[in-house]
Design a protein. Structure first.
Length: 474
């Protein structure tokens, strides 16, 4: 990195598009991602200490300090997080492209920039690092820990190490993750924070809050719209990054919580703004919807791609729905989930106070979550119950149960065998003659209806059902 760039990033705490571009540049041609900071305590310890101080300051601020002290606590908190952000930006640009440090930087942006523009840019940085540098990113396991492993085992171990560094940022349960506390202290509008909204919602005080919001509406409306636009940008980035990482996670068989808890947190923040202001979250872009709802494009037939429904205009929505409902075999589960997304967007626009769109979004996410992972989420903290369900339903079994050999003395006839003896005369009949031909009925025994008494049968062969669900296969 040249001296101008180094001077630029050294004084940067809140990320913008320019600083993100600078941080995505390789550290050097020889080592694009630099070296591991954790292997050098002299370099990593100052960063860790700054992070601990920033976390402590934020925790103290969240404990509702005395009004006489709150301003000093706020200044102290901002100072610690600003110092941490500068140190991380300097490290990412000159020393190491480290995922854990980037996660700390994402959290710092929420504290330092209440418009959440910094958050959107920090998530773009995180996504860009994975896109450009992938397996070269840090942290990495040392060579001695990989000794003796097969190549595929070593790859799996390295990817697991890299993704484990993301878990503190993403969280493993609802209300966890590095973003939870900073976002709770972030204003929705005026000085009304997300934490205050959640408290008033639990105690039934939202009507009074809505009256208070009316005083802010004119002055704060543009800032509120900006926050929601940045939330949408952040969700778009998370959706694309989640799709890219989870596809690899499932291919390697790695356990990884994904971005669902962070996504739920950001959507909950946006919902609270909509409830008290009536300003709704912008709809997801078509490109992002495609990435989330159709992650395995290769499994979709060319016919389906040709007739894929568009969701850009209301008139096209109606047409595509009717077309696919009228053409069995081309309407897939991905199209069904796309319609759920349209319904969720509709309720999000028309009923911002309703939980319906968020339940629909949860249904979409669960629809693309493998059953074992879904049970892990639903039965969190109930390991014994989960194990019992796995045993009773066979989810813990990988091998197929043995089947007895079939009795060769009683072969099962097939449609092919039954028609195999058709005469040349029958074969020479025209399609119309064949359709009108008399159907041969087996001889009836014990008083059953005779062939003459039997009703005319429709010999037209039904089309075999096709399975074009083209859903994800983990």
């Amino acid at each position: 990195m040249n001296q101008v760039a180094e001077a630029f990033v050294s004084d940067t705490a809140v990320l913008d598009e320019v600083s993100v571009g600078q941080l995505l540049q390789p550290i050097s041609d020889a080592v694009p991602c630099g070296t591991s900071l954790k292997s050098d305590r002299r370099l990593f310890r100052p960063l860790r200490n700054s992070f601990n101080l920033a976390q402590t300051a934020l925790r103290q601020l969240s404990q509702e300090p005395d009004p006489a002290e709150i301003e000093n606590r706020q200044d102290e908190c901002l100072q610690h997080w600003r110092q941490l952000a500068k140190q991380i930006i300097q490290a990412l640009s000159t020393q190491s492209k480290d995922v854990e440090l980037t996660g700390w930087l994402v959290a710092a942006q929420v504290v330092l920039d209440p418009t959440l523009s910094g958050l959107a840019n920090a998530l773009s940085l995180l996504s860009g690092l994975f896109e450009r540098f992938s397996d070269q990113l840090f942290p990495q396991l040392p060579e001695e820990k990989l000794a003796g492993m097969a190549e595929d085992e070593a790859t799996k171990a390295q990817i697991s190490c890299l993704l484990d560094a993301l878990v503190p940022l993403l969280g493993e349960t609802e209300g966890s993750g590095l973003l939870y506390m900073p976002l709770c202290l972030t204003p929705l509008i005026g000085d009304i924070t997300y934490a205050r909204f959640l408290s008033d919602e639990r105690t039934g005080k939202l009507p009074a809050m809505k009256q208070l919001v009316s005083f802010y509406q004119e002055v704060e409306r543009d800032r509120t719209r900006l926050r929601l636009a940045n939330i949408r940008s952040s969700l778009n980035v998370l959706a694309a990054l989640d799709t890219a990482l989870m596809s690899r996670v499932h291919a390697l068989g790695i356990r990884f919580p994904g971005f669902r808890f962070m996504t739920d947190l950001l959507e909950g923040y946006a919902r609270s703004i909509s409830v008290i202001t009536g300003i709704t979250l912008p709809a997801a872009s078509v490109a992002v919807a495609d990435q989330v709802e159709k992650p395995d494009q290769a499994s979709i037939s060319s016919c389906e791609e040709k007739h894929e429904p568009e969701i850009t205009t209301p008139d096209k929505k109606t047409g595509s729905t009717q077309m696919f409902l009228g053409e069995p075999g081309t309407y897939t589960r991905d199209h069904a989930f796309r319609q759920l997304r349209e319904l969720a967007d509709y309720f999000r626009r028309t009923e911002p106070h309703s939980v319906v769109p968020y339940l629909l979004e949860k249904a979409i996410r669960w629809g693309y979550t493998p059953l074992p992972e879904l049970l892990d989420e639903l039965l969190l903290g109930h390991q014994n119950l989960k194990q019992q369900i796995f045993v009773q339903t066979g989810l813990d079994l990988d091998a197929l149960a043995p089947l007895p050999e079939l009795d060769s003395a009683a072969p099962i006839s097939s449609p092919v065998e039954e028609t195999g003896g058709q005469s040349e005369a029958d074969m020479s009949e025209s399609p119309v003659e064949q359709e009108n031909a008399t159907v041969t009925v087996p001889e009836v025994i014990d008083g059953h209806m005779s062939p003459e008494q039997a009703p005319e049968k429709n010999t037209e062969k039904l089309a075999e059902p096709t399975d074009d669900s083209s859903g994800l296969s983990w």
